[in-house]
Design a protein around this ligand. Sequence first.
Ligand SMILES: O=C1C[C@@](O)(C(=O)O)C[C@@H](O)[C@@H]1O
Length: 152
Amino acid sequence: MAKSLLLINGPNLNLLGTREPQIYGSTTLADVHTAAQKQTDDLGIKLHTFQSNHEGAIIDRIHEARGNCQFIIINPGGLTHTSVALRDALLGVEIPFIELHVSNVHAREAWRHHSYLSDKAVGVICGLGVFGYTAAIDFVAQKLGASKSAKL
Ligand SMILES: O=C1C[C@@](O)(C(=O)O)C[C@@H](O)[C@@H]1O
């Protein structure tokens, strides 16, 4: 299987860049995708991106990834704190995943401190702003044995 990565952004992440910029910054999701595409091209990794405000659509996309994606990076948005079904989908497809948050959820409201995913994630990145996406991709590249010389 070619080196492939699925980047999922959950509810309200389509508003990134205009949504509470004092918390999430001013970089848009389109900017994140553009940067991620260049980063993965340089690494020879096939990038798939998906954003939805709907739990079931995200679950369906995760199911579709079985057999054709080697890693998932997911910013689950608010589903982080509520969704057993999302946990079950990630466990069900047996694809390793990184949980990512733009903000430091542990410095926010207490109910944001709990995640239904973190204990099953390979790793959790939070509080690095959108650099978290860059860091997560670099980590995945290491795990997949991808290198900058292997341009797509
Ligand atoms: O929608 C989001 C964004 C978030 O996942 C983040 O990227 O910091 C943190 C969540 O608590 C919140 O509901």
